[in-house]
Design a binder for this molecule. Structure first.
Ligand SMILES: [Zn+2]
Length: 212
């Protein structure tokens, strides 16, 4: 159930992957992904601390179906760290698709975390890559800044937002997902699976209007 939350200086808003390729017209579009932008722009003004993430792959990245002869996007393969969904090529370093949306207005963001930069490992989470070992450094940054609660918004709800929320919670932070500031890809029921997984971990759902 959605709750309300009052924010203070120990809270951070984590804005996940609001990039051209994840919005309509992009290479891996999330349905109505662009609709998160105005919600996040307004929500971010209430936070002193904002961190952005950016999916940022080298060309030929292992998460691209095109890197695996005979494979199609949305098929899964086994890799060293488990199952990997294969995606259309997206968010290739230096391309227009990898850029943050130009209408995203969060000028006071203090950090930009780029993830998925290693060719052989995908990274949904802003905290750890998909091998569940390689850290991005974000947990250390938040701790050093005295930040304790992580509010998550962005794309996509059922992948990068989900895994970032789970890792935040497991790393000892309190994670809250701002539901109406996210949109899902919803591959094979992944939006429902995500809702249940987050609830099981004790991650709170909030609506942007309930955050003050
Ligand atoms: Zn990616």
């Amino acid at each position: 159930m959605a709750e309300t939350a009052s924010i203070d200086e120990r809270d951070v808003l984590l804005v996940v992957d609001v990039q051209n390729d994840f919005c309509p017209g992009g290479r891996l579009p999330v349905t109505r992904g662009n609709e998160v932008v105005p919600v996040i722009n307004e929500l971010a003004t209430r936070f002193e601390h904002v961190v952005l993430t950016q999916d940022w792959h080298p060309s030929g990245h292992a998460s691209f179906a095109s890197s695996h002869p005979g494979k199609m996007p949305y098929e899964t393969i086994r890799v060293d760290y488990g199952e990997q969904i294969l995606w259309p090529d997206h968010c290739v370093q230096g391309t227009h698709g990898a850029e943050l949306r130009s209408d995203l207005r969060v000028p006071h963001a203090c950090l930009l975390v780029r993830k998925g930069i290693h060719r052989e490992i995908d990274s949904y989470s802003a905290f750890r890559e998909n091998d569940h070992v390689t850290p991005t450094g974000l947990a250390g940054y938040l701790r050093e800044r005295g930040l304790e609660r992580v509010f998550l918004a962005g794309l996509a709800y059922d992948f990068c937002v989900r895994y970032s929320a789970e890792d935040a919670q497991r790393a000892g932070f309190t994670a809250l997902v701002v539901e109406d500031a996210c949109r899902a890809i919803d591959v094979n029921g992944s939006a429902d699976t995500t809702r249940r997984a987050l609830e099981a971990l004790g991650v709170t759902s909030v609506m942007a209007a309930g955050i003050h």
